[in-house]
Design a protein around this ligand. Structure first.
Ligand code: SF4
Length: 420
């Protein structure tokens, strides 16, 4: 590590973040062990979580577990086990690493939280395929393993704009889940509980959007890599009070940093957009490399995916349908391009990095000419990194480092050409 500067500026709120996540995992563990009353639902990351909460389910997110396997760099130990039972090495490496860890009877939760021996067993699994087909296949697998119901929503895909007809279709599908959830939970649907969960989710979403937006400040008070760590409560606990409290604390700290002109990356010179999935096992290494290069990754499609501005407790079904169907991943190329262009301008971005994640074509947007179109449109350089979210066998450290260095040199050239 360079002695010249602190490569990762610690965020004080991280302690509270650790406590929030710890309480969440232990609560689910107690329920799963029968030490506390309750039921467990597994849900996709942008699935109908608020509806599940309205029935009193505690919600576990397999994608979050997948990201833990990636961050701890153990995914490649488990992926071959899923391959051996017929799940291709080319499909989602969250899925294959998560299934592999289940087959091996191991979880990183055990190391992080002593006493937890496994992920909490589900009473129901609820998916939303607006992000990809893989989530459904993933949940169907566990439905067979645990012999529990698998329910879900299959929205229309790839729209420019989400129409009223699209929303009606999804509303209908959400409503059809209600009698199933009543039967599984033994509880009558209570619209007020649903509204409350939607209200809290919206509050969480607004705060999350606000803290991300603080990186529009120059210099940025925090980075995409920090965001990947601090997004846990928005992903796993939205719809409850905990993330609202947590993001209020984080907001105060980051607002103070912004007001004091404190930079996440000392001598911030270049501001970068990260498009696509994180490379979970390389967050620290990449974060440090960008800092060394006086470059700050200030914005990403990924972290912004948990901003659900359409949520409205007065129209819980319609607004849930709207918010979860209109997410970036479910839109067509022109809509995605317009979204990125808007953020590039808002965050004063100098260059865009596309992560082509080999096992997630759904979240890899460099494959149909987008980098070239954005480069032409915005006059800023782009770089595509070939890697993966979890499977580090598809990642070349040396190639990536060299490509990033060359990219930052290109940013320097562009800056000189502009000023010269
Ligand atoms: S969107 Fe990509 S990373 Fe997420 S579950 Fe689907 S295939 Fe996996």
């Amino acid at each position: 590590m360079s002695e010249r500067k602190l490569l990762r500026k610690p965020i004080q709120a991280a302690k509270q973040l650790g406590e929030v996540m710890r309480d969440y995992f232990y609560r689910m563990d107690r329920i799963a062990k029968g030490e506390e009353e309750g039921l467990i639902a597994w849900c996709t990351s942008t699935g109908p979580a608020e509806l599940l909460q309205a029935f009193g389910f505690e919600v576990h997110y397999p994608e979050n577990h997948g990201a833990m396997l990636g961050s701890r760099r153990v995914a490649a130990d488990y992926i071959p086990l899923a391959n051996a039972i017929g799940y291709s090495p080319e499909i989602c490496s969250y899925l294959t690493s998560d299934v592999g860890s289940y087959l091996k009877g191991e979880t990183p939760l055990s190391q992080a939280y002593p006493g937890i021996e496994s992920v909490p067993k589900p009473d129901v699994l609820a998916y939303n395929t607006q992000q990809c087909r893989d989530v459904r296949e993933w949940f169907e697998y566990y439905g067979r393993e645990f012999n529990v119901p698998v329910i879900g929503i299959n929205p229309p895909k790839g729209m420019e704009e989400v129409t009223a007809a699209n929303v009606d279709d999804v509303v209908q599908q959400i409503r059809e889940l209600i009698p199933l959830l009543e039967r599984i939970s033994g509880e009558k649907f209570d619209i007020d509980r649903f509204r409350e969960s939607m209200r809290l989710s919206r509050e969480c979403s607004d705060l999350w959007g606000h803290v991300l937006g603080l990186a529009t400040n120059v210099p940025a008070p925090w980075t995409f890599f920090d965001g990947c760590i601090h997004m846990g409560p928005a992903v796993c606990l939205r719809g409850t009070q905990e993330p609202v409290d947590y993001y209020t604390t984080l907001m105060e700290e980051l607002e103070q940093r912004a007001a004091d002109g404190v930079a996440a990356v000392e001598n911030e010179r270049f501001r970068i957009y990260w498009e696509g999935m994180p490379i979970w096992g390389k967050l620290r290494a990449l974060s440090e490399q960008f800092s060394e290069l006086d470059s700050c990754v200030v914005v990403s499609t990924y972290c912004n995916s948990w901003i659900f501005s359409a949520f409205d407790e007065e129209r819980p079904f319609e607004s849930m349908a709207q918010a979860y169907t209109e997410i970036f991943i479910n839109r067509n190329e022109p809509a995605k391009q317009a979204y990125i262009e808007r953020l590039v301008r808002e965050y004063k971005v100098d260059g865009i990095i596309f992560h082509d994640a080999k096992t997630c074509p759904n979240n890899s947007n460099s494959r149909y000419g987008m980098p070239q179109r954005l480069q032409n449109e915005l006059g800023i350089p782009t770089l595509t990194i070939d890697a993966d979210l979890n499977d580090l066998r598809m990642y070349s450290e040396e190639t990536t480092r060299t490509n990033i260095e060359a990219f930052v040199e290109q940013l320097e050239d562009t800056e000189e050409a502009r000023s010269g």
